[in-house]
Write a protein that binds this ligand. Sequence first.
Ligand code: PLP
Length: 454
Amino acid sequence: MKNFKKFWKLGREEFNTQFFDVSKDGGLVVKEGNYQYNFHDLVNRFNSPLEVVFPFIIEKRLNDLMQTFNYHLKDQNYKGRFYYHYPMKVNQNKEFVLSLISEGANLETSSYNELWLVRKLWEQGQFSPRIRVICNGPKTDKYLGLITELRDKGLSIIPMIEDLNEYESLKKYRGDVGIRLCLDIKIKSHWDKKFDRYGLISEEIIDLGRIRNLKILHYHIGSQVIEQDDFVRAAKKAMEVYIELKKDNPSLDTLDIGGGLAVPYEKKKSYNVSNIIKKIIITLKRESEQAGINPPNIICEWGRYMVAPAQVTIFKVLCEKPILNGAAKKWYVIDGSFINDMIDTWAIHQKWHITPVNNIKAKKLNRVWLAGSSCDSDDRYTAGGTYTLLPRLEDIDNGGWQYLVILDTGAYQDPLASHHCLLSSPAKVIAQNGVITVARRRETADEVGRLFGW
Ligand SMILES: *Cc1c(COP(=O)(O)O)cnc(C)c1O
């Protein structure tokens, strides 16, 4: 008897699948305490494509992260505090943002429209003035106006100076400000660029001398950072600037290390997050001691890491087609689109962990590539030129359908989604406390047509 749970890499904390299990009849389930959600039941009820969100996973991940940071701060006798700021751009859906702020997250916005949502929450009485909001992104007059408006209403809003014009505009800001450092450092990730355009270089920052109400030095090294040591190297380099800047700016007391922590999408390698955190803390402490200053409070904005594992996307296999001379033997055509709804797949060959929703105990599997439903030849998933394993379609009982689920789809999907071939976006349901609620119905043809002026 094969261990199906192990085979599909379910129930593994280091891969964020500890809540996933296989039911007796070979169905994929997620367990929230004593509640259990069966994916096959969900697609029978809500149809596919379907996104399923698990707020309890978000809350658990945030609590784990805060605990780990606080554990190491204490363990290292570090005289500074930790704050988590959720970068809203990663997923602005309300159930994500509310789950996080209710558990103690602060926020980071990247645009006027995101900050506008903060104002909306505040007007609805759902936003505590204790939650701090860091404002990144180009400060248009509109954005600056809203920053000032919210700060005057008593919210804790900290704009980040990202260029010299913003420095001028924010000179009179009556509240804490931060400044963003463009670290000249090479990072191993899909997105690392030869030229980084965000923030100011260290010489520009130091040349400013005294910056009114300066509280935070901020940097962001990239996303899905592969090498754990890159976080430590970056922290060390940023501390050099912090120490220099602190000479003219005694109010500076916080280092914001940005985002970047990776998600083990492929379930092959896992990251020792506790160890990364420990090393960052040790580095900041050592550099501060050597310079004879208090160690900075630490902000992190790990976004993808926080929310990707809290959502999955389910598709139906519509049919199969033969592949001649490929690493895989068959195309499985799905009822959704990688181009539209699994955004990085075609562009940068994002890899995913894919398991069956039903028939998980099938003994015979096909080596497949997945084909999306749009008519774009890039709308496909080939697992980087290898293959994905899924049950044979002829083994499905009673003329039913084979469904598959793609894990870790909670980050950077909805805001970047599109409507190629006017396909509808997946419907979205929230699973919480044993109850399923519909967060987004499947769009009708009329609704999609309207986006195009029909
Ligand atoms: C995108 C971004 C983040 C989040 O990055 P992740 O890779 O999702 O952790 C955090 N901070 C800033 C400034 C960003 O631009």
